[in-house]
Write a protein that binds this ligand. Structure first.
Ligand code: ITT
Length: 198
């Protein structure tokens, strides 16, 4: 069964495909579904935005539509960039620069105050109108420099103490095991299973 994942972010699609591999669902990107629309993400929470994205694509789709809204919350910055993570520093600014901007904002801030988390909300909208939602987080600290080349976005500055490395230094399997997106998507798989069997 087909699921359209309402995202234009290739990093997300790659992770999502790996996590959905063990299901009967075939996850396809908006691009592969031939859908090219710009969605205004004007919600005030990750969850609202995930629902907005999924519903918008559902207007022109006939299968299940799923969407993820995610981002980085830096405690010292009052949880910024948060839902503005993609837009932070400018939509077309490279992550090398965005990461540098976060590092600069935390200049002189000591280790214990550099806490942060990645948050992911996922919404699945079914053709019958049902909406399922889940959320996942992973805790970390903001490094003083970038480390690692895997993953995407803010991964090079997000250090996970339990694994002694950044999410950009992890293999995909490890990142998916501990990440906000991995957790939210695995809960979603479970919710979909009981919704379908219920
Ligand atoms: P879509 O809306 O098309 O899905 P997007 O990249 O704009 O793509 P979001 O609005 O959800 O998606 O913004 C998420 C941003 O948060 C993303 O661009 C990254 O900057 C950051 N982010 C989310 N998950 C991340 C992860 O696993 N690793 C690093 N950065 C992440």
């Amino acid at each position: 069964e087909k699921i359209i994942f309402a995202t234009k972010n290739r990093g997300k699609i790659k992770e999502i495909n790996m996590i959905m591999e063990d299901t009967n669902y075939e996850v396809i990107s908006m691009e592969d579904a031939g859908i090219n629309i710009d969605i205004v993400e004007d919600g005030s929470t990750f969850l609202e935005n995930a629902i907005i994205k999924a519903k918008e694509v559902m207007k022109i789709a006939e299968c299940i539509v799923m969407a993820d809204d995610s981002g980085l919350e830096v405690d010292y910055l009052d949880k910024a960039p948060g839902i503005y993570s993609a837009r932070f520093g400018g939509e077309n600014t490279s992550y090398r620069i965005k990461n540098k901007m976060i590092i600069d904002k935390l200049e002189g801030v000591e280790e214990k105050d550099r806490t942060a988390r990645f948050v992911c909300a996922i919404a699945a909208v079914f053709p019958d109108g049902e909406i399922l939602t889940t959320r996942g987080t992973v805790e970390g600290i903001i490094l003083h420099e970038e480390r690692g080349n895997n993953g995407f976005g803010y991964d090079p500055i997000f250090y996970v103490p339990e694994y002694s490395c950044t999410t950009a230094e992890m293999d995909n399997e490890v990142k998916n095991k501990i990440s906000h997106r991995g957790k939210a998507l695995r809960s979603m798989k479970a919710k979909m299973k009981s919704y379908r069997n219920g």
